[in-house]
Design a protein around this ligand. Structure first.
Ligand code: ADP
Ligand code: ADP
Ligand code: MG
Length: 638
């Protein structure tokens, strides 16, 4: 067995690999960039090596530095995780040439499956049904347009070197073909350095179904059943599950046999995934499922397979890399229950999925029974350098319905602040009747996008008034700690309900007093309140949207709409100019300050005329998203 392992990755997958390696008694070595110096994977590993600057191309993508780190620290093997260098055959070969163990397939298998056109040609020759289309050498636009016409619209143009949902264009009609082709080629060149494309029939009512396969160096290959990853946004997976809804035993057998055949065709060793696209317009039928591509690595969504099979896939990877035979034979593997995974992203669905970065002042994901895979803890920073996926929430139970229900609850209960997440988007998605009924396809999110993304609940002003009321009640002697323990209370105010009961109660301390409030009140509009820091209260609603409320600024003297005049930083950035002074009278639309963020300048203006009652912005200062920069008080109230 391998004695020491370097993990050439970061975030949740690095932590995930460390966990299993440690349980197996393997010494773990993390690598990290500048931005990750204090990251969780570094804290969790036995040792850690700095490999470069924050941008991935200067650290996590530099193979030589990673190999040098492994040799210098005496690590015996390298696990690449997913993304980064995991599907880079040259890196795999360099690891082997350096005398290290590569935890992954043979470089030749990676190469064979690396380009989508070559992989499809290989699979077709091996007798695996492939998505109909053109996958040849000729890249002449007129020739490709003829092939598209032959295949029949709609078609999908795909970069052969594409990945992560990039480099794809759906074309509805011949009139749009030339433009789509040119733009796809541009993106392919920019992202993958390869303009080559293939043309595929766009499958109707498409479902993404993939099969987990596993091979060892003794010639054994098994499958660990299928996953359904049809819930996608812009061709990127959002919620995955196993098994696939509506898959009957006979269809499963044919599909999984095709996957094993595909893996055998490339002498596959280690964990891999064969991705298929299914035409589900008449349910899942074996003759309407086609090979799409193979991912020669561990997949992001591997936990759902682990949940239903009871297999630790990372353990299997390490055993196979050590030369052992697969721990189980095909007939020893079976499906138990249902599992789902949701990808929690640091992004704001209400703002067009704008990435959200900053310090995780609040980060609590495990109040429901679920498996959480994350690379972050409260107090950690989400940096703008890497993938915005900050956690995976995984649920397993006996039935699909129960699993969906629990996934929805687990996502809704995620408390993340002030970084925005897609938690409510995920929670609503898992609760959508169509999803619960198992009617999934890749168009699901687009069909429901409006409902999934719209922020609900009263505005901040209503909320602030409500909280000041709560705080007033806290002042009342009958609502002290002891009394709270014995009673429930609810305040109805402006249609806002603030609830407390004993179930799942949290204590919050406000000015030295304890107040117990329910984080999970179900029914009506419930507000979940938590104490944060010295004077703040963190409030979330059923949708998981959070508002930070500063107790110190709320004396309960019902001033009213203080919030509408609050100027919050819309994103993390730097203040480059402050145009006003405290106490100054300003007119509606007057420029207050300039914020530089994401390489652009943004002017923040007065929402109405009034007085600058508060000014926290200082030129040159870095600010976090939603930092209170200034507050304008309407003239009539001053
Ligand atoms: P899968 O096919 O397994 O769902 P993707 O095709 O989405 O995975 O590719 C994996 C993606 O994960 C890459 O595009 C990369 O941007 C991202 N990624 C790589 N490393 C990490 C990491 N440590 N944490 C989160 N995301 C990562
Ligand atoms: P990537 O390498 O980016 O993962 P894939 O070839 O796996 O590229 O395709 C990504 C997603 O695009 C699939 O999961 C599916 O939702 C959609 N897709 C791919 N091919 C087709 C097709 N022929 N018809 C309909 N949808 C497709
Ligand atoms: Mg894919």
């Amino acid at each position: 067995m391998i004695q020491s392992l370097l993990i050439a990755n970061r975030g949740e997958i690095a932590c995930r690999i460390i966990r299993t390696a440690r349980a197996m008694g393997i010494r773990t070595v993390a690598v990290y960039s500048d931005a990750d110096a204090k990251a969780l994977h570094v804290r969790q590993a036995d040792e850690a090596v700095h490999i470069g600057a924050s941008p991935a191309r200067e650290s996590y993508l530099v193979g030589e530095k990673i190999i040098a780190a492994a040799l210098a620290i005496g690590a015996e093997a390298i696990h690449p995780g997913y993304g980064f260098l995991s599907e880079n055959a040259e890196f795999a070969q360099a690891v082997i040439d350096a005398g290290l163990i590569w935890v992954g397939p043979r470089p030749a298998s990676i190469t064979a499956m690396g380009l989508k056109d070559a992989a499809k040609t290989l699979m077709a020759a091996a007798g695996v049904p492939v998505t109909p289309g053109y996958m040849g050498e000729n890249q002449d636009p007129a020739f490709l347009a003829d092939r598209a016409a032959e295949i029949g619209y709609p078609v999908l143009i795909k970069a052969v070197a594409g990945g992560g949902g990039k480099g794809m264009r759906k074309v509805e009609a011949v009139a749009n073909f030339a433009d789509a082709l040119a733009s796809c080629q541009r993106e392919a060149t920019a992202s993958f350095g390869n303009a080559h494309v293939l043309i595929e029939k766009y499958i109707q009512r498409p479902r993404h179904i993939e099969v987990q396969i596993f091979g060892d160096t003794h010639g054994n290959i098994v499958h660990l059943f299928e996953r359904d990853c049809s819930l996608q946004r812009r061709h990127q997976k959002v919620i995955e599950e196993a098994p696939a809804p509506g898959m009957d035993a006979a269809t499963r057998e044919i599909l999984c046999a095709a996957a094993v055949k595909a893996a055998k065709a490339v002498d596959y060793v280690g964990a891999g995934t064969i991705e298929f696209i299914a035409d589900a317009s008449e349910g899942l039928r074996a003759d309407r499922i086609w090979f799409m591509e193979m991912n020669t690595r561990l997949q992001v969504e591997h936990p759902v397979t682990e949940e239903i099979t009871g297999v630790d896939l990372v353990e299997w990877q390490l055993r196979v890399a050590s030369g052992e035979a697969l721990p189980k034979r095909q007939e020893e593997l079976s499906i138990n229950g249902w599992a789902m995974e949701a990808r929690l992203y640091a992004e704001d669905p209400a703002k067009g999925f704008l990435p959200s970065v900053g310090r995780l002042e609040g980060f609590r994901l495990s109040s429901y029974e679920c498996r959480v895979e994350t690379g972050y803890e409260e107090g950690d920073w989400v940096s703008p350098f890497y993938d915005p996926m900050i956690a995976k929430i995984v649920v397993h139970s006996a039935s699909r319905e129960e699993t969906a229900d629990r996934l929805s609850s687990a996502c809704a209960s995620a408390l993340v602040w002030p970084v925005r997440t897609n938690s409510s988007f995920l929670s609503r998605g898992a609760a959508e009747p169509e999803f619960v009924a198992g009617q999934v396809d890749t168009g699901f999110i687009e069909r429901h996008e409006l409902n999934l993304c719209t922020r609900r609940g009263p505005d901040e002003k209503t909320l602030q008034i409500g909280i000041s009321e709560v705080l007033k009640r806290v002042e009342q002697p009958d609502l002290d700690k002891r009394a709270m323990r014995d009673r429930r209370f609810a305040i109805d105010l402006h249609g806002l309900r603030l609830n407390s009961n004993r179930k799942n109660a949290h204590w919050i301390a406000v000015d030295g007093r304890a107040l117990e409030l329910s984080p999970n009140y179900k029914g009506g509009t419930a507000w979940n309140i938590e104490y944060v820091g010295e004077s703040g209260v963190l409030v979330s609603d059923d949708d998981g949207q959070l508002v930070h409320f500063d107790v110190a600024r709320t004396d309960g003297s019902a001033h009213g709409p203080a919030s509408s005049g609050t100027i919050l930083s819309p994103m993390p950035g730097r203040i480059i100019a402050v145009e006003v002074a405290q106490g100054q009278t300003v007119t509606k639309g007057q420029k207050l300050l300039t914020l530089e963020a994401m390489k652009m300048e943004h002017s923040l203006i007065a929402p109405f005329g009034g007085v600058v009652a508060e000014l926290n912005a200082v030129a040159g200062a870095q600010v976090q998203v939603e930092a209170l920069l200034a507050r304008i008080q309407p003239v009539e109230q001053t």
